[in-house]
Design a protein around this ligand. Sequence first.
Ligand code: GDP
Length: 298
Amino acid sequence: NRLKEGLTKAKKGITDRIDDVLKSYTKVDEELLEELEEILITADVGVNTTMNIIDSLRDKIKSKGITDPMDVRNELKIVVEELLGEENQKLDVTHSPTIILMVGVNGVGKTTTIGKLANRYKSEGKKVLLAAGDTFRAAAIEQLEVWANRSNVDIIKHQEGADPGAVIFDAVKAAKARKVDLLICDTAGRLHNKANLMNELGKVFKIVDREFPEAKKEVLLVVDATTGQNAVAQAKTFKEVADITGIVLTKLDGTAKGGVVLAVKSEVDVPVKLIGVGEKVEDLQDFDAKAFSDALFG
Ligand code: GDP
């Protein structure tokens, strides 16, 4: 399936390397655990998260009396599943109207994700409207328009350089007048520092809260999995300045370091709701912990 296909590189970078190590050992010892630790760290699982995983793995090996290295892989899969957690918090847009604010720095895949979401919900029969709130780049507005046309949904846009707040204001007005189910807003990704970020997003959020209180609000942070620990750092920063309700991890297909999902999950207390596994419209999936660890370790 698409998830497995999308995670091919990550599987090569993590599971296949783990298998190679396990095959080269005849007994389960600290040296083996150290090698696994190194693989996880280089796969962007992050040092803290890796330590936790290895500690849990060591406990499981001890309590279950595991002596065959090949049995370690299944234990690792169990530890990863436990870390990712049972409860899957899918993106829920059943309330009408719902507004989704997409935030994240330039290049992470924000526009693409908006396009994929617009397509998904339009084909489910919802009335969708897009707002081109990233007015700092003409290309961002044009690109969003391409996605809107592709999915045959309306878009509210102003000219390059316009006030993003004004775009969102108009979009909310249009959403009410046209009785849309789902308004998806792009926001500026040109964020120099925390104060600037807070200022830009703060204005937009205030308008939404004031003008569209009847809408259920989702704030999705998009981060690029190929940037590894940088994605974790971005998530931490955005979380400090905005009430992020979910994380979208894009480009998981483009990295051998799929471990970043584990790092985001354990180091940033916000659910990963969606993952991007390709550039095409169908390459957006609800994050499912079990399916993910199966695709990676199964
Ligand atoms: P934005 O600046 O955040 O709006 O980023 P874009 O949506 O323009 O995406 C930047 C690039 O990443 C484009 O070339 C997209 O096709 C690509 N991209 C976005 N999501 C994914 C994904 O899940 N997988 C892959 N391989 N590429 C992606």
